[in-house]
Ligand binder design. Structure first.
Ligand code: FAD
Length: 444
């Protein structure tokens, strides 16, 4: 049996590993003491802290995700919980609740922004065509894609809409991928947004680590190995070195950035592509169940410059029914932090909680546990450049590429994860499938 060694146990590495382990001898090496990368949990007091997942798209509609999840029996072993609505956003002028279901989205948008009818209808048609092309590679839609290949979200929005609020509403959740709609690829926006509109968002009951651990179990069940606390330090002559040992590999799959991978191989490589932003998350354990105190509220609510995710609105499985868990999340970058890191973090935490109290009066008094992870924290835990969780910055020029897993520089090397298609759960899992297909066909 040919040997595959995987560097990194994020969703990309785990998915590739689980799929490949049926036909290859797989060893996955993960530097942390748990697998999952951004898709992990940790325990604090009575709370299972969700590191990353707010909502995953594509769970039952994306062709690749469905194929992978069926093949690996994920649906039978991991419980996906539909979130009650896509998101809610509060701007200076209004509070708008974005439903899911394309017809519901259309109805609510037209009701709230009747003067923008023409633009809204054109927008929905356009993102549908782009999504369908990228799902099915249907040539009928290719012109739509080519037409927008160089467009940013702002450019397209400015050509379709007058109302600044509508522009904010439509890109609210996609701002995770990039710090500005001026540089965000409209194609990426279209694919992500249509997928959420059509299929809705899902959380994983008990936390996203359930999915990661399940994929690791599939590798083990198929006779593969998953080794944690195993930082890959060097790759030379098909040997992958970790601790004071090494593994022989016929194929290497890297779940880390190309630049870091080539450095491990001692290959000269300068990354020309820009790296995406990172995220800051304030994790909060509440002594009470927020839904019981504040009633039915949005699961995911965008306020000023952050989103608040209130997991009490779903059966999250993250804590007991008397308590609840929530996160505040916003774009972050390493440069935001100076020498007084701990104090700066505390000050920001205070500001975020006082903003949240405007929406949830006295929420501060229910805080039992609070902790903030910044771009620096993400970098420390998953070791990405800039502490990004979204790979290369999805600008129009960087996103418009047919994704490839196989390295152009090294024959038996493949990439997976946020570096291949884009960041996000669905793209990372899809990259694992792409790797599986390409690796198998290069082997045959
Ligand atoms: C706060 C936050 C919120 C998010 N919210 C969402 C959301 O709601 N919906 C969504 O779809 N996506 C979300 N994401 C993004 C999503 O989680 C990521 O894009 C995706 O999980 C990345 O997967 P990956 O395969 O690239 O692996 P990564 O998560 O990047 O993992 C890479 C792994 O490689 C390991 N590693 C690194 N160097 C080495 C080495 N030398 N040797 C061995 N192992 C190594 C790391 O420890 C890590 O486990 C969020 C991310 C964050 C951080």
């Amino acid at each position: 049996m040919k040997k595959v060694v995987i560097i990194g146990g994020g969703l990309g590495g785990l998915t590739a590993g689980a799929l490949l382990s049926e036909e290859f001898q797989v060893t996955l090496l993960e530097q942390h003491n748990i697998v999952g990368g951004c898709a992990t949990n940790f325990k604090r007091k009575d709370f299972t802290v969700e590191v990353g997942l707010h909502e995953m798209n594509g769970v039952y509609i994306d062709k690749t995700i469905v194929e992978v999840f069926e093949k690996l029996e994920v649906y039978k072993n991991v419980e996906f919980v539909k979130v009650p609505q896509f998101f809610e956003i509060k701007t200076e002028n209004r509070t708008f609740r974005m439903p899911d279901g394309v017809e519901n989205v259309k109805r609510e948008l037209l009701k709230e922004f009747p003067k923008e009818k023409r633009g809204i209808l054109k927008y929905l048609k356009t993102i549908e065509r782009i999504y369908k092309f990228l799902q099915n590679r249907n040539l009928l839609q290719v012109f739509e894609v080519l037409k927008y290949k160089k467009s940013s979200v702002s450019e397209v929005f400015d050509s379709l809409f007058q109302d600044e609020d509508l522009k904010r509403v439509l890109n609210a959740n996609v701002q995770y991928y990039n710090d500005s709609p001026k540089t965000l690829s409209f194609l990426l926006h279209a694919v992500a947004q249509y997928s959420y509109f059509q299929g809705g968002g899902y959380f994983i009951k008990g936390g996203s680590g359930k999915l990661s651990n399940y994929l690791a179990d599939v590798i083990r069940k198929n006779g593969g190995e998953v080794i944690t606390k195993a930082t890959v330090k060097k790759i030379s002559k098909n040997r992958v070195y970790f601790r004071d040992s090494y593994k022989e590999a016929d194929f290497i799959v890297s779940n880390i950035s190309p630049e870091d991978t080539y450095r491990l191989m001692n290959i000269d490589f300068i990354e020309k592509r820009e790296i995406g932003s990172s995220l800051l998350t304030t994790y909060i354990g509440f002594s009470k169940n927020l839904k019981e105190i504040y009633g039915e509220r949005a699961y995911s609510k965008f306020l000023s410059d952050f989103v608040f995710v209130d997991y009490s609105q779903i059966e999250s499985g993250l804590t007991t029914s008397e308590k609840s868990f929530g996160v505040i999340c916003k774009i972050d970058n390493l440069e935001n932090w100076g020498s007084e890191y701990k104090m700066e973090k505390k000050e920001l935490e205070k500001r975020l909680i006082s903003e949240l109290e405007k929406e949830y009066p006295e929420i501060g008094k229910y805080i039992e546990y609070i902790e903030t992870g910044t771009a620096k924290t993400v970098q420390r835990y998953i070791k990405t450049p800039n502490g990004t969780a979204y790979g290369f910055k999805p600008t129009p020029s960087q996103f418009f590429k047919i994704p490839k897993s196989k390295s152009k520089k090294v024959k038996n090397l493949f990439f997976v994860g946020q570096w291949v298609i884009a960041g996000g759960f669905a793209p990372a899992i899809s990259s694992g499938y792409l790797c599986y297909k390409e690796l198998k066909s290069s082997h045959n």
